[in-house]
Write a protein that binds this ligand. Structure first.
Ligand SMILES: C[S@@+](CC[C@H](N)C(=O)[O-])C[C@H]1O[C@@H](n2cnc3c(N)ncnc32)[C@H](O)[C@@H]1O
Length: 477
């Protein structure tokens, strides 16, 4: 046993520790070392000095909760939202935006150093969000028959009112819903619609659907809005049609203050909590909203995938385009292309784009989006990238001058990395939503002669620990 281990204090569940909080670590949790033990501290900001009570003790780490703030960190700010700390949505709202950006960059540097094995990785400052609040273009609220109360609501709310809730799920308690009346993520109109919807259905005694007993009716309220065009959609999902009541609800939504362009009622009796109707009934508008992204228009239906932060997605794609150093004669492969937003963003500047994606409905959307934007130099393939890069690619696919890859959080399959490595493509751009897996993949690509020239962290989700990156890789002759 080393001296340090010998001297380490013994930490037990229930202990109150005085802690200087060092940093924001894995998944954005504040942490410190006490002896050789890592202690995660809920409710703290790096730089705080706190008294915290240990509520879980494992071999390698302990988890504690702030009981008393002894000295506030200079990074601490008052959270803008009254639901902060109970709602799981914006865990970093009590940290200044500047420090959020700092810690996001630190996480990227740490991943590239520790996981990717890079010395001094070329990571720039984090590109801040255009708007740190009101940035989301979609909110999905849930109805529930078990309401979770804010501390100031305990003992004030009567028992009946606890049986109906409309808001967001409590973290790790998926059957409990917190009433949200003032969320800073989408818009004031979205809040107004949320509150009017709750009051409307409460007054009519329509029960929330229960995911435990599969009884009740109201399931989800989805509000989508196009930040450029200003169009707004309400999508209500429930078990029953209740046409008379829903007609009255549609009339309510047509009030000017809500600025709703289209209202769709989704009906399903599935035992699922996914906000999708088996039948979608359009009450007004055409059931879609239109949004602009770069030079393209996208038609968004109640369940279609679309990047959640429109303005920052444009900056992310512009950075990816710049990193690819595109020329008019280039053939680009856009791997994991989703609904083709990157392909279409760059299509006018290159000779041809080949998009590849596993999800068939995303590919159908990509093809439709290309047609509707008058773009005829893209080809979309529905395939697993592993197969596409293996021996199953159609023979007539033009080989790439540039590859752009935007995999899910798990990163790229080792076979995909190997196939890209073997392709010999010189310009490679990796758009990543998980620094740990992109660092791993870039480490593997180094074995094939790729250099990481630049890593730019991009903040798509302020007040959360999530971070995207645009990584520029190059291979010499
Ligand atoms: C991060 S999203 C990329 C979205 C898109 N590039 C955009 O900007 O909207 C990752 C995509 O990879 C797709 N995907 C996941 N695994 C795949 C695989 N093995 N082969 C092909 N596509 C896959 C998912 O369906 C998803 O659309």
């Amino acid at each position: 046993m080393s001296d340090a281990q010998h001297d380490a204090p013994v930490i037990r569940r229930g202990d109150i520790l005085e802690i200087e909080v060092e940093k924001a670590a894995f998944e954005g949790r504040s942490m410190s070392r006490v002896g050789n033990m890592v202690v995660f501290v809920d409710g703290a900001v790096p730089g705080d000095r706190v008294e915290a009570q240990v509520y879980r003790k494992k071999k390698q780490f302990a988890e504690a909760r702030v009981e008393k703030l002894l000295e506030a960190s200079p990074s601490r700010v008052d959270p803008a939202c009254r639901h902060f700390g109970v709602c799981g949505g914006c865990k970093w709202q009590h940290m200044s935006y500047e420090r959020q950006l700092y810690w996001k960059r630190e996480h990227v540097v740490d991943a590239f150093t520790r996981i990717g094995g890079f010395d001094a990785p070329p990571v720039t400052d984090t590109l801040p969000a255009v708007e740190p609040f009101w940035y989301r273009n979609k909110m999905e609220f849930s109805f529930g028959e078990m309401r979770w109360l804010m501390p100031d609501e305990l003992g004030v709310v009567d028992r009946d009112a606890e049986l109906f809730a409309l808001g967001l799920h409590i973290p790790k308690r998926y059957d409990r819903i917190l009433h949200i009346d003032d969320c800073r993520l989408e818009s004031q109109e979205s809040n107004a619609i949320l509150n009017a919807t709750r009051a409307f259905f409460l007054a009519r005694d329509i029960p929330a659907y229960s995911t435990r007993t599969h009884t009740g009716d109201l399931r989800n309220l989805v509000i989508r809005e196009a930040k450029h065009t200003g169009e707004r959609m309400v999508y209500l999902v429930s078990t029953h049609r209740r046409e008379d009541i829903i007609r009255d609800y549609a009339a309510l939504l047509q009030k000017e203050e809500f600025a709703v362009s289209t209202f769709v009622h989704g009906v399903t009796d599935r035992k699922s909590s996914v906000a999708v109707g088996d039948e979608d009934i359009v009450y007004f508008g055409d059931g879609t909203i239109r949004e602009q992204l770069g030079a393209n228009r996208f038609r968004i239906s109640p369940t279609s995938f679309f990047q959640t932060n429109t303005l920052q997605a444009e900056r992310l794609y512009a950075l990816a385009e710049q990193a690819a150093a595109l020329g008019k004669d280039d053939v680009v492969w856009d791997l994991y292309c989703g609904t083709g937003t990157i392909s279409l963003f760059i299509a006018r500047d290159v000779q041809h784009v080949v998009g590849v994606e596993l999800n068939a409905s995303a590919i159908a959307d990509a093809e439709k989006n290309a047609r509707e934007n008058g773009i005829d130099n893209t080809t979309f393939y529905c395939a697993d990238i592993v197969d596409f890069l293996g021996d199953k690619a159609p023979a007539d696919v033009p080989s790439p001058d540039v590859i752009i890859t935007d995999p899910p959080r798990a990163g790229m399959h080792a076979k995909v990395v190997a196939a890209i490595g073997a392709s010999g493509v010189r310009r490679l751009v990796y758009v990543s939503c998980n620094p740990a897996t992109s660092a791993r993949d870039c480490g593997m690509l180094r074995e094939y002669g790729y250099r990481v020239e630049n890593v730019t962290p991009v903040d798509m989700f302020p007040h959360t620990y999530h971070i995207e990156c645009v990584i520029t890789l190059r291979k010499d002759d």
